[in-house]
Design a protein around this ligand. Structure first.
Ligand code: HEC
Length: 157
């Protein structure tokens, strides 16, 4: 009896997770990214490591680090730039955001509604429980990212 119940629960919970899992980089995130982020993070932009050598110089030319592929983008979610995508795109409501939206949030859309909808999509893509602003290492009051938080990352291709 208990076994049966447990099996039913697994099926139900599994079904609930399907929607989030169906959001993919190819179908959902890449098109959004191309319309909203490519201008400053595309093929003309420096690779992340290069960017870091002259952050101010590149930023002055409206060039951020290049993130125009799945692998490149993941570097700003998981490692080495753990949580960067989340810190920059957050609307200010997440823990450690200090009530302030990240400075790339604005680019998520041209209206509040569009920004909110696109943020919801990116959040669901990154994964339930994986939208964390923490870095790889502790900084100030912000603890380091936990293995549990990293385990929640879906970011399906
Ligand atoms: C008008 C140009 C512009 C647009 C459009 C833009 N960005 Fe940026 N972005 C920058 C610049 C310049 C920097 C580097 C300066 C800074 O850190 O703010 C940056 C930094 C970032 C960083 C931090 C990288 C790091 O060093 O850790 C992330 C993440 C990011 N952008 C994501 C995005 C996303 C996602 C979009 C689309 C929704 C986007 N940006 C749209 C110019 C832009």
């Amino acid at each position: 009896m208990f076994k049966k119940l447990a099996a039913t629960l697994v099926v139900l919970l599994g079904a609930g997770a399907v929607t989030a899992q169906e959001i993919t980089y190819r179908a959902d995130v890449a098109p959004l990214w191309k319309s909203r982020c490519v201008a400053c993070h595309g093929a003309q932009a420096p690779e992340r490591a290069d960017f870091l050598l002259n952050e101010k110089g590149y930023a002055a030319k409206s060039q951020g680090p290049r993130m125009d592929s799945y692998e490149r983008l993941i570097a700003f979610i998981a490692w080495p730039d753990t949580g960067a995508l989340m810190r920059r795109l957050d609307d200010g409501t997440s823990p450690y955001a200090g009530g302030k939206p990240g400075n790339m949030y604005l680019y998520l859309g041209s209206t509040d509604q569009e920004r909110a909808d696109n943020l919801k999509l990116v959040k669901a893509w990154v994964g339930d429980g994986a939208w964390a602003l923490n870095r790889w290492n502790k900084r100030g009051d912000v603890p380091m990212i936990s293995k549990e938080q990293l385990d929640n990352i879906q970011a399906k291709y």
